[in-house]
Design a protein around this ligand. Structure first.
Ligand code: UGA
Length: 440
C-alpha cells in the first residue's frame, strides 16, 4: 500500500489494539496508538512487547518510531486521523454484562475534543448490541460510528489479522463503513457491510457457536470414553461433513480464555434483558464446567484418590501460544487438587510467572513451580497435561515414564500417542480415547 496509507488512531494498546496497530502499519498505514497507562506507552516506545504473542515483537520493532507512534494523549493520537479504532477492554462484570467503563471514559474525553467530524469512530472492542448506537448518541452525531468486530485468536493474532474469514463493517452510514473497509485493502476476505446491531451480534454469535461446538465435542468424547470408542475418529467423521466443519471439534479440558466464556455470558445476559430465553448457551456453559469435573474425577480414580499424591501438571495457559490464564482449566483444577490433599508441581513455558501471581506458592502449601517440564515429573504419581505446547507433544512416553515415580498420565489435550504411551508402561488416559477390548 506504501505511500497511499492512511492516518489511523487506535485507542487501547492491549491485545487487539497493539496487534491491529502493527498490522495496519505493515499494510502501509501510519498509526498513532494511545493508551492511558504511561508505563505501557513507555514500554512499547522502547520496543518491549507487553504481551506474549508470536510475531508481534518483530512487527513492533519494525514499525516503532516510524509508521507507529505511541502516546498517552488522546488528542495527539486523534488529530488528523481518518479513523479512531477503539480497542479498550470490555471485561465481564458480576452480572455477565460487559463492563463498558473504559469505552464511556473514552467517549467523555472525545466529547471534549474539537473538530472530530473528519474522523470515523470504529468500535473494535467486543461490545453488546446497542453499544455503537449508544456511542453515536452520546457523541450527538458529531462522528460517524462503525462497528468492526475482531476475530483474532491469541497465539495466532498476527496471522488472523492478515487472513480473516471475513471483514465485517456495520453502520447506517455506508460511506463511513466503506472507508473503514478500505483500510483492509489487500486482505483477501469477503466483506460484509451491515448495520450496527448486526455487526455486534455477528461477533457474539460466532464466539457463542464456537463454545457450543467445543462443548458438543467434549460430550461426544465423554460418550466415546464410556462406550470404548475413539472420539478422534468420530469427530473427524463429523467434521468432514461440510455443513459442520472440522475446526473447534478438539475435545480437551473445556474452553477457556478471555473471550468464549465472557461472550457466552454476555449473550445470555443480553437475551435475558431482551426477554428472550436462550437455552443452548447455558447448556454449553454447564457442559464446560462438567468437563473439568469429569477430568478431576478421572484423575482421582486413576490415582486411587488424590490425598497424599504428587501430581505433575504440564501446561497452565488456557491454550498453547499464549501466557494468558484467563478462565484457564488450571485455575480451577489445581486449587481443587491441592484442597483434596495432593501436592502439585507445575510447568508452563510461558504462563508460569502469571500463575505464581494468582497462586503464590508461599500461600499455597503443596504447590511447586518447576523450572522445567522434566523436574515437574520427579517423584510424581501422576501427570496431567492441560495445555498443548509443542514441547510436551514431543516428549517421548518412555522419557516420561522414567522420570515419574508412578505411571498415571491423564492427557487432557490428546497430544501423546495412546499406544506408544501404553507400550512405555504408562497408565494412559486421553479425552475420548476409550479403547475397545481386542477381538478374541
Ligand atoms: C476466540 C475466537 O476464536 C477468536 O476468533 C476471537 O477473536 C477471540 O476469541 C476474541 O473474541 O477476541 P481465543 O480466545 O484466542 O479466540 O481462543 P480460541 O482459539 O478460540 O480458543 C478458546 C478455547 O477453546 C481455548 O481454551 C482452546 O484450548 C479451546 N478449544 C479450542 C478447544 O478446547 N477445542 C477446540 O477445538 C478449539
Amino acid at each position: 500500500m506504501g505511500a497511499g496509507g492512511t492516518e489511523i488512531a487506535i485507542a487501547g494498546a492491549g491485545y487487539v489494539g497493539l496487534t491491529s496497530a502493527v498490522c495496519f502499519c505493515e499494510m502501509g498505514h501510519r498509526v498513532r496508538l494511545v493508551d492511558v497507562d504511561p508505563q505501557r506507552v513507555a514500554m512499547i516506545r522502547q520496543g518491549q512487547c507487553p504481551i506474549y504473542e508470536p510475531g508481534l515483537p518483530e512487527l513492533l520493532n519494525k514499525h516503532r518510531n516510524d509508521r507507529l507512534q505511541v502516546t498517552d494523549r488522546l488528542a495527539e493520537a486523534v488529530k488528523g486521523a481518518s479513523a479512531l479504532f477503539v480497542c479498550v477492554g470490555t471485561p465481564a462484570s458480576a452480572s455477565g454484562a460487559p463492563d463498558l467503563s473504559a469505552l464511556r471514559r473514552l467517549l467523555r474525553e472525545l466529547k471534549a475534543l474539537p473538530d472530530l467530524n473528519q474522523t470515523v469512530l470504529v468500535l473494535k472492542s467486543t461490545v453488546p448490541p446497542g453499544t455503537n448506537r449508544m456511542a453515536y448518541d452520546s457523541l450527538r452525531g458529531t462522528m460517524p460510528v462503525v462497528s468492526n468486530p475482531e476475530f483474532l485468536r491469541e497465539g495466532t493474532a498476527v496471522h488472523d489479522f492478515f487472513h480473516p474469514d471475513r471483514v465485517v463493517v456495520g453502520s447506517p452510514d455506508e460511506g463511513a463503513a466503506l472507508l473503514v473497509a478500505g483500510l483492509y485493502k489487500g486482505v483477501d476476505a469477503p466483506l460484509l457491510v451491515t448495520g450496527w446491531e448486526e455487526a455486534e451480534l455477528i461477533k457474539y454469535a460466532t464466539n457463542g457457536f464456537l463454545a457450543l461446538k467445543i462443548s458438543y465435542a467434549n460430550e461426544i468424547a465423554a460418550l466415546c470414553d464410556a462406550l470404548g470408542a475413539d472420539a478422534l475418529d468420530v469427530l473427524k467423521g463429523l467434521g468432514l461433513d461440510h455443513r459442520v466443519g472440522s475446526q473447534f471439534l478438539r475435545p480437551g479440558p473445556g474452553y477457556g480464555g478471555s473471550c468464549l466464556p465472557k461472550d457466552t455470558r454476555a449473550l445470555i445476559w443480553k437475551g435475558r434483558r431482551a426477554g428472550v430465553r436462550l437455552d443452548l448457551l447455558p447448556a454449553a456453559q454447564r457442559a464446560n464446567l462438567r468437563q473439568r469435573e469429569r477430568l478431576l474425577e478421572a484423575l482421582s480414580k486413576l490415582l486411587g484418590g488424590l490425598a497424599g499424591k504428587q501430581v505433575a501438571v504440564w501446561g497452565l495457559a488456557f491454550k498453547a501460544g499464549t501466557d494468558d490464564l484467563r478462565t484457564a482449566a488450571s485455575l480451577e483444577m489445581i486449587p481443587w487438587m491441592l484442597k483434596q490433599g495432593a501436592s502439585v508441581r507445575t510447568y508452563d513455558p510461558a504462563a508460569q510467572e502469571a500463575f505464581a501471581r494468582h497462586f503464590p506458592p508461599e500461600k499455597w502449601p503443596g504447590l511447586t513451580l518447576s523450572p522445567d517440564q522434566w523436574s515437574a515429573l520427579e517423584g510424581a504419581d501422576g501427570l496431567l497435561i492441560l495445555t498443548e505446547w509443542e514441547t510436551f507433544r514431543t516428549a517421548t512416553p518412555l522419557a516420561i515414564r522414567r522420570k515419574m515415580a508412578g505411571r498415571v498420565v491423564l492427557d487432557a489435550r490428546n497430544i501423546l500417542d495412546p499406544e506408544a504411551a501404553r507400550a512405555a508402561g504408562l497408565q494412559y488416559r486421553g479425552v475420548g480415547r476409550g479403547r475397545r477390548a481386542p477381538l478374541r
